[in-house]
Design a binder for this molecule. Structure first.
Ligand code: FES
Length: 84
């Protein structure tokens, strides 16, 4: 999707390192296209169909939900730090 300019699944590093593209596969089949970072996807999550979208390729029509979150500071203090 990132290659063809489509949005819908957040994309960051596109290399399995940031975790923003975390999705849960509700139905359909995917195959791994690279290593899945254990910092973002535990083995238990993987068995439940939770994957990094940038590390899998669909092999059938799939239905998924995005569960990754962009980690951005949305507010700042006057002193340049992040608000708590
Ligand atoms: S885009 Fe960074 S892990 Fe998928």
């Amino acid at each position: 999707m990132a290659r063809i300019g489509k949005k819908g699944i957040p994309a960051g590093c596109l290399n399995g390192g940031c975790g923003v593209c975390k999705v849960v596969i509700r139905c359909g089949t995917v195959r791994k296209a690279g290593a899945m970072s254990r910092a973002h996807i535990s083995e238990e999550e993987e068995t439940q169909g939770i994957v990094l979208a940038c590390r899998v390729m669909p092999v059938s029509a799939i239905d998924l939900d995005v569960i990754g979150k962009m980690k951005k500071a949305v507010t700042r203090t006057l002193w340049g730090g992040n608000a708590v």
